[in-house]
Write a protein that binds this ligand. Structure first.
Ligand code: AVJ
Length: 320
């Protein structure tokens, strides 16, 4: 069933996000402590991520933006005008305008779980493209979303930049790709950003910048647990680590205990041995073939592929 008008965030009587508390308490009770990466992105975390995109070591945003501006003519040819561009996420102030200028769409539909981000992005976009109809939809796009009636007759182009798909383990990524196909329909295209496997030192530096912005982004999760769930985690005793997992071709972010720690979260006690970690994020990297395999498993056939001049990042066009 499709969703509409759901309450997307559930809070208890004291204003605590119940899903956040459930994920944190369950995650800290596991042998390998792990918290889903989505909880990194509160207001402070989202601001820190924006800052990460500006540090010299973090290449994905610059590389993907380069592709979007350098290959505009090819996007226009392969995709053509008149589609409804459906963006999964509320859109970036740089990438989204580049795509919309390139493909000349008939409508723009940003989908996001956060109504605030969504409205801000929609207003920014409308100011920049006054003749383009914009239909923001507040929804969890991990499931099939019912699109506005105004775009039901238009062919769709899904847009999922940023290699956000890389945050998901393959099983979840395949579920999302299939949900996107159900949302967009059988006549649709998908343009998806997927970061490439490369020199491990380059990857690790991108997730452990010298200025410490990524470290602050990672530690912000512990700070958020303390402030929203009444935790006593000694945040400054946790060290940021970016670790390449070669078996799964992914960068993992961890918070490493510098010494034995004891703390509570929502009145529940937890302990960490020195060197024990909380796993906070995965960022999977792809080869041309592994990217294609994932898309095919998700019901999408790759039909074109572009990379930046440094061959760091790929944008793949696939058809339903
Ligand atoms: C938002 C998923 C694209 O994995 O590169 C950046 C998040 N984490 N630095 C990524 C992130 C640490 C980012 N994405």
């Amino acid at each position: 069933p499709t969703q509409q008008g759901l309450t997307l965030v559930d809070k208890d009587d004291s204003g605590v996000d119940t899903a956040f508390r459930r994920d944190v308490l369950a995650g800290l009770a596991q042998p390998q402590k792990a918290i889903p990466a989505r909880w990194l992105y509160d207001d402070a975390g989202s601001r820190l991520f924006e800052e990460i995109t500006q540090v010299p070591e973090y290449y994905p945003t610059r590389a993907e933006t380069e592709i979007l501006s350098a290959k505009a003519g090819e996007f226009a040819r392969r995709i053509g005008p008149g589609r409804a561009v459906v963006e999964f996420g509320s859109g970036s102030s740089v990438k989204t305008p580049l795509l919309l200028s390139a493909v000349d769409p008939a409508a723009y539909v940003p989908l996001d779980i956060s109504g605030d981000f969504l409205r801000a992005a929609a207003e920014r976009l409308s100011a920049q493209f006054p003749d383009l109809p914009v239909y923001p939809v507040e929804a969890d796009f991990m499931r099939q979303v019912e699109l506005p009636a105004e775009v039901s007759a238009l062919p769709k182009l899904g847009f999922f930049p940023g290699s956000t798909i890389g945050n998901m383990v393959p099983r979840t990524a395949v579920d999302l790709l299939r949900a996107m196909r159900a949302t967009l329909g059988s006549n649709s295209l998908l343009l998806i950003g997927m970061d490439l496997i490369k020199d491990i030192a380059v990857l690790e530096a991108a997730y452990d910048d010298a200025a410490g912005v990524t470290a602050a982004f990672n530690r912000n999760l512990a700070r958020r647990i303390n402030s929203e769930l009444g935790g006593t985690i000694p945040v400054e005793r946790l060290q940021h680590e970016a670790r390449w997992n070669d078996e799964f071709a992914r960068i993992e972010m961890h918070l490493v205990a510098r010494e034995p720690l004891e703390f509570t979260v929502a009145d529940q006690p937890f302990a960490m041995a020195r060197g024990e970690t909380i796993h906070t994020e995965n960022s999977h990297k792809f080869s041309r073939r592994s990217a294609n395999a994932l898309l095919l498993a998700g019901g999408w056939t790759p039909v074109a592929r572009w990379t930046d001049s440094g061959e760091l990042f790929s944008l793949i066009l696939a058809e339903a």
